[in-house]
Design a protein around this ligand. Structure first.
Ligand code: C2E
Ligand code: CA
Ligand code: CA
Ligand code: CA
Length: 275
């Protein structure tokens, strides 16, 4: 596949002082990396607070670049979206997750694995069809994390596609809640079973006066809408204790585990540190 690089974007970057050559090179390399499967996944567990067990895991994509080293998603997902490669990357991620899930199942672990879905893909019928076909044919337990901002762009189409995902058994989670555009009118209409409070609020939970109020009211709102709540960015015992009192259902963050390779995740499950 050829990188379809937006010429206007390159000119814009030039004027901002970023060498256009670098972006063009990175775009070519990214396209090749996706085609050559030079990407890999890390998994971060999500723990159920009351049940004291691993509830699910989130897959996060990484790019091992031959000379640049490890590239994190913040540095290439926006580019993949811009050059029209995010659909291919996400379908590869889904394929990889389904394969890894079979390895975990052979170890005796039956876990739903969540992947992040760019807003752009909620309007992409070809992506929706391919993703649903893949999940259905493997009978895989998959979750999609989406942001509200991506729904607000074209709510009718996005909500219809989310319903299609839910119909094939994909669990929908609202990611980064509180960080972007939010609309209670849409939130109510989404076939979402889970709401993830953005780490922005969780990281400062025990040091700010305002954030505990926001987190508590978000937990209550989600429960009123019959959704489970995950707090992401849980780094301290103090935050975990407060979230437990507030009735938060699930937690995710460095306190429990950083994102880790599939092999490290298998080891983590084997050690069963929660029990
Ligand atoms: P996200 O979905 O909100 O993912 C959570 C990010 O927070 C991850 O960064 C994770 O490593 C980090 N994190 C987890 N626990 C903690 C913690 O306790 N403290 C702090 N400070 N950070 C924590 P990462 O892996 O760099 O991913 C960044 C973003 O890239 C993700 O945000 C997600 O929006 C996007 N992304 C990752 N993989 C994919 C993908 O396959 N497709 C798409 N479209 N986006 C992806
Ligand atoms: Ca996420
Ligand atoms: Ca998030
Ligand atoms: Ca995020």
């Amino acid at each position: 596949a050829q990188a379809r690089v937006d010429q206007k974007a390159i000119v814009r970057d030039l004027s901002a002082g970023t060498p256009a050559f670098d972006k063009l090179t990175l775009a070519r390399e990214l396209t090749a990396a996706i085609a050559n499967r030079d990407m890999f996944l890390q998994y971060q567990p999500k723990v159920h607070v009351r049940r004291q067990e691993i509830a699910s895991a989130e897959a996060l994509v990484r790019w091992q670049h031959p000379t640049r080293g490890l590239v994190l998603p913040g540095d290439f997902i926006p580019l993949a979206e811009e050059i029209g490669e995010i659909g291919a990357l996400t379908l590869w991620t889904l394929e990889r997750v389904i394969a890894d899930q079979k390895i975990l199942a052979a170890d005796g672990h039956d876990l739903t694995i969540f992947i992040n879905i760019s807003g752009q893909l909620l309007a992409d019928t070809a992506f929706v069809d391919s993703a649903c076909a893949m999940v259905r044919s493997h009978g895989a337990k998959i979750g999609f994390e989406i942001t509200e901002t991506s729904v607000i762009r074209d709510p009718q189409v996005a909500i219809a596609h989310l319903q299609t995902f839910a119909d094939v058994g994909i669990t929908i989670a609202i990611d980064d809640y509180g960080a972007g555009l939010s609309s209670l009118a849409y939130l109510k209409q989404l076939p979402a079973r889970e709401l993830k409070i953005d780490k922005l609020f969780v990281l400062q939970l025990t040091s700010s006066h305002r954030d505990p109020l926001i987190v508590r009211s978000t937990i209550d709102l989600a429960h009123a809408l019959e959704m489970e709540v995950t707090a992401e960015g849980v780094e301290t015992q103090a935050a975990l204790a407060l979230l437990t009192v507030m009735g938060c259902d699930m937690v995710q963050g460095y306190l429990i585990s950083r994102p880790i390779s599939i092999d490290a995740f298998r080891q983590y499950l084997r050690d069963d540190r929660l029990k």
